[in-house]
Write a protein that binds this ligand. Structure first.
Ligand SMILES: O=C(O)c1cccc(C(=O)CC[C@H]2O[C@@H](n3cnc4c(=O)[nH]cnc43)[C@H](O)[C@@H]2O)c1
Length: 207
């Protein structure tokens, strides 16, 4: 059985593609692993996984960059997101937020059940449709989830893997702090370089 590597954009796996001489397609098959580029966001991710996630895979690895709520963590740091949450899926009730679970319609919190030993700090993430960019939203999200990271896909990958009963890990490299938007502060190049080096070593070790 193979590993399915999932990322939102091909740019996030650029050096990985180069290293393995992969063709520039959004779904690439190779002997030990396949790669799926889903597009950004939960909808695109869920649709792509609905098309490609089959029982041929024993493991899904979601790679990407992410925002970070913790200023003690340096940009470019790699983290293992072992828990993730749909942060906006639910209902407002005045100032209170009711999750999809509170409403009785399903789960908003996912935990990786993988037993693979990952040499990175384990943290909790949130997954959003709208990148957080106001002090009030940051305060609310910290209160509700105590998150370390924010992405736009993570919890959707965990959700799909749970539905398909396939183990999943999520590795993200910190490109920016979650703050009022200022793309000049983002270190995307550094985050992608570190992410790809780790991904190449991880896949080499697994096979
Ligand atoms: O501008 C570029 O060169 C560039 C190259 C590769 C990827 C990007 C992206 O913007 C990828 C979007 C991707 O990043 C995740 N992300 C990163 N920071 C955050 C954040 O603060 N909040 C939420 N998501 C974040 C997200 O998963 C997107 O899929 C740009």
């Amino acid at each position: 059985m193979k590993t399915l590597i999932v990322a939102a954009t091909r740019a996030e796996l650029a050096f990985f593609y180069q290293h393995y001489h992969l063709p520039e397609y959004d779904f690439v098959e190779s002997k030990h692993f396949d790669v799926l580029i889903t597009g950004v966001g939960m909808v695109a991710t869920a649709f792509a996984l609905g098309q490609y996630l089959t029982k041929n895979y024993h493991l899904v690895v979601n790679f990407g960059i992410a925002g970070c709520f913790d200023r003690e963590i340096e940009l470019g740091t790699l983290l293992n997101i072992t828990e993730d949450n749909f942060a906006e899926l639910g209902a407002e009730n005045g100032d209170e937020f009711l999750t999809i679970k509170d409403l009785g319609f399903g789960e908003n919190h996912f935990i990786s059940r993988s037993k693979i030993n990952i040499d990175l700090p384990s943290v909790t993430g949130i997954t959003v449709n709208c990148v957080t960019g106001s002090e009030q939203s940051i305060k609310n999200l910290k209160k509700r989830f105590s998150p370390t990271t924010e992405s736009m896909e993570g919890a959707a990958v965990f959700y799909a893997c749970k539905q398909a009963n396939i183990d999943c890990i999520q590795i993200r490299s910190i490109s920016n702090y979650v703050e009022p938007r200022n793309k000049d502060n983002w270190k995307i190049g550094l985050a992608i370089k570190n992410l790809n080096e780790w991904a190449i070593a991880f896949i080499a070790e697994m096979n």
